[in-house]
Design a protein around this ligand. Structure first.
Ligand code: PLP
Length: 400
């Protein structure tokens, strides 16, 4: 057999957050008592009324292909949700339902970018953003953020990076991995620049309902309220809000022609999102919403706990993340420190040490373009948070 893999396979990085989760699963199956802070999904079950809607769909034989961009009833429900919660009016033709938001993000990059194009990605970034851009044969332009400022953009750095090759910018507030939420002014500044430079704004708002301090405002809402006129594609998900990661339901809302182009690409890739998930999605968006508040209350409690515990670790500091379910403490005081003749050269080494010594899985910030930081997901119980951070503390005490 003789074959060659395509160049794009070599260009793209594997999802190392998934690798960390796999590592945790392997250790567990070897009988090791592992604590996993690498998970990127709620630990709650999908609420029962949503599960029932999925079961009912199957029982009623709703197990066939749907319209490519999504069932019209679901797209109507999404429009109602966007009006009710985000204050933005859309028509079903402006909506594309995908197999998870991830596919919407992939589609939008495929529809808008190509060889020679560049796309602004803010650092720290969710691991998939640069890869979506690369998979579209374009190049990410990495722009710094300011940690002390909720990881808002370093606008001086951004202005130095502006070029005619840039065709788009990706925003993610609340952010994975930092949990940071950008202020209205920061988003407006990006929108104004995008309008001036003709960049399409891709706003990943999957953590919209996990905002603990203050209020969430959609990028497109600001775009409209301030009459900026930038082209904004908003990508959203049911995964985090309704604990539905495995159902693979997400969607995009944006200018009709961009949505149509995304739909064309999706139609040839996966035809449509899964029918049962779409039926469950209608129930999620239109049914009882009390689960959303319940999840948020639990996450806020866990956030307050983990931030306090992390700030008690020797040599570690952790800002209070305003949203999502990640804490992103700074471990840079451990870099280049001599430990029994070895040095931690980056956070991969520190995470590895924590894994070896404490059986605790974390995600090194270097993988998110954030040297010195380590991501701790707090989508787990307070008991596990207490136990896990205490183990990390003991491991760090050994070397301090
Ligand atoms: N965007 C961000 C920032 C995420 O963290 C994730 C999942 O971890 C997604 C998008 C993907 O969501 P979905 O499950 O809808 O594909």
């Amino acid at each position: 057999m003789s074959y060659q893999l395509a160049d794009r396979v070599h260009k793209v990085l594997p999802s190392f957050t998934l690798q960390m989760a796999t590592r945790a699963a392997e250790m567990r199956s070897d009988g090791i008592d592992v604590i996993n802070f690498s998970v990127g999904e709620p630990d709650f079950n999908t609420p029962s009324h949503i599960i029932d809607a999925g079961k009912k769909a199957m029982d009623n034989g709703f197990t066939k292909y749907t319209a490519g961009p999504g069932m019209i009833e679901f797209r109507k429900a999404i429009c109602k949700k966007l009006k009710r919660e985000n204050g933005i009016q859309y028509e079903p033709a402006d909506i594309l339902v995908s197999n998870g938001e991830k596919q919407s993000l992939y589609n939008v990059c495929q529809a808008l970018f190509g060889e020679g194009d560049e796309v602004v990605v803010f650092r720290p970034y969710w691991v998939s953003f640069p890869e979506f851009v690369r998979l579209a044969d374009a190049e990410p332009v990495l722009v710094n953020t300011i940690a002390e400022n909720n990881f808002e953009p370093d606008f001086d750095h951004l202005s130095k990076k502006i070029s005619s090759s840039i065709k788009g910018v990706i925003l993610n507030s609340p952010s994975n991995p930092t949990g940071g939420i950008w202020s209205k002014d920061a988003i407006l500044q990006v929108l104004r620049l995008a309008k001036e430079q003709n960049w399409v704004v891709i706003s990943d708002e999957c953590y919209e309902r996990l905002v603990y301090d203050g209020e969430f405002i959609s990028t497109e809402k600001l775009n409209r309220d301030y009459n900026i006129g930038a082209a904004v594609v908003t990508c959203l998900s049911l995964s985090k809000t309704y604990a539905m990661t495995g159902w693979r339901i997400g969607y995009a809302a944006g200018p009709t022609d961009i949505i149509k182009a995304m739909s064309k690409i999706q139609g040839q890739a996966t035809s449509c999102a899964n029918s049962i998930g779409q039926m469950a999605g209608i129930e999620a968006l239109t049914g009882d919403q009390s689960c959303v508040q319940e999840f948020k209350t639990a996450f806020k409690k866990r956030r307050d706990l983990i931030v306090e515990l992390l700030n008690n670790l020797p040599g570690v500091s952790c800002l209070v993340p305003g949203g999502a379910f990640y804490a992103f403490p700074n471990f840079s005081s451990y870099l280049n420190r001599d430990i029994s003749g070895n040095k931690f050269k980056d956070t991969f080494d520190i995470s590895e040490y924590i894994l070896d010594r404490a059986n605790v899985v974390t995600v090194p910030g270097d993988g998110f373009g954030a040297p010195g930081h380590i991501r701790f997901s707090y989508a787990t119980s307070t008991k596990i948070i207490n136990e896990g951070v205490s183990r990390v503390k003991n491991a760090l005490i050994e070397i301090t």
